[in-house]
Write a protein that binds this ligand. Structure first.
Ligand SMILES: C[S@@+](CC[C@H](N)C(=O)[O-])C[C@H]1O[C@@H](n2cnc3c(N)ncnc32)[C@H](O)[C@@H]1O
Length: 313
């Protein structure tokens, strides 16, 4: 099986996680297993990794590459949505199990981007407009494009794609779909290109494709839900690492880390604390980590990556 993905910011992630023999980790976005492989090599015979992915190809690839570790129960694979992390962890570990590190490498892998059946890439015109990370997600980009109202389309293009021409593109989609159902990447790219100004720096479909993917997979909602749940599964001193690829994801992580690293969340004007909130995270990346120039040269897909890490108090 050919599962192509070059792990992004691997060195930085491992430095932050610092896996040691006997420790337990969760890789919430297994992908090509790039992080998991390195963690497995450092945790000795008694350590364990729980690897989660929505994509059956990622799981099948790991089953092929980590046969011994799976047999020895050093690696446990879960073909699931990480939004259910507490339930998944309880299924394979004791109810009160706590972990030394939990990592999220958000978004999609190169293998998924290049998969002709998935519709993630605007460079594969014949692909169907699917865009889900796994079969358990029933929403599709095709359904959104053909059935959502103009207002709802414009809203996700604006909120999830930060697309300047959101309403214009939504209108163009609505007028085209009245003539013919939009089912392929090529059809959608053509509609977007016609409705966009000619002189823009990036491919005109970039932001719309990002918006559709985020909507299909509910990526931002999942991230908001999972951060506090992940923290609750960490040991004191355990690390939470998030690698994200655009400002919408990063903002969620940044705000959550900031909030959870404070002892009181009362408005600054409040004379005394009435919220009783206690900090449960120590931020480890006051300055956000970005890939090195060398990494971006070797793997241009890493260029938008940003890593934030925090330790549980
Ligand atoms: C960027 S790749 C991870 C690459 C991995 N770190 C590596 O080094 O090979 C992201 C992976 O997360 C998976 N994924 C995204 N959202 C998910 C979710 N909510 N639950 C489970 N897996 C998810 C995708 O299917 C994809 O395989």
């Amino acid at each position: 099986m050919d599962y192509e993905h070059t792990p992004v910011m691997l060195k930085e992630t491992l430095k932050m996680l610092n896996p040691e023999p006997g420790q337990k980790f969760i890789d919430c976005t297994l992908g090509g297993g790039g992080y998991t492989k390195e963690i497995l090599e450092r945790i000795g015979e008694t350590g364990q990794v729980l690897g989660i992915d929505l994509d059956d190809l990622a799981i099948a690839n790991a089953e092929l590459n980590f046969t011994t570790e799976i047999k020895n129960k050093k690696l446990i694979l879960a073909h699931e949505n990480f939004k259910n992390l507490p339930v998944i962890a309880k299924r394979y570990f004791t109810a009160d199990a706590k972990f030394d590190g939990i990592v999220f490498d958000l978004g999609l892998s190169s293998a998924q981007l290049q998969d002709r059946r998935r519709g993630f890439s605007f460079n594969l015109p014949d692909a169907p407009l699917g865009m889900n990370f796994g079969d358990s997600i029933k929403e599709t980009a095709e359904n959104i494009i053909n059935s959502w109202s103009i207002q709802d389309l414009a809203k996700i293009f604006k909120d999830y794609g930060e697309e300047k021409f959101a309403y214009k593109i939504a209108l163009a989609i609505a007028s085209e779909r009245r003539l013919k159902r939009v089912t392929t990447v090529g059809q959608l790219v053509e509609i977007i290109a016609k409705a966009s100004p000619k002189r823009i720096k990036i491919h005109p479909a970039t932001k719309i494709f990002q918006a559709l993917r985020l909507a299909v997979n509910q990526e931002l909602e999942n991230l908001r839900t999972i951060l506090p749940l992940a923290v609750s599964l960490l040991k004191p001193g355990g690390k939470l690492i998030v690698v994200s690829y655009h400002s919408l994801e990063d903002r969620i992580v940044k705000q959550y880390f900031k909030q959870e690293s404070k002892d009181c969340l009362c408005p600054p004007a409040a004379p005394i604390c009435v919220c009783g909130h206690k900090a449960n995270l120590k931020i480890l990346t006051h300055k956000i980590l970005r890939p090195t120039r060398e990494e971006v040269l070797i793997n241009p897909r890493s260029s938008s990556a940003r890593l934030r890490a925090a330790g549980k108090i």
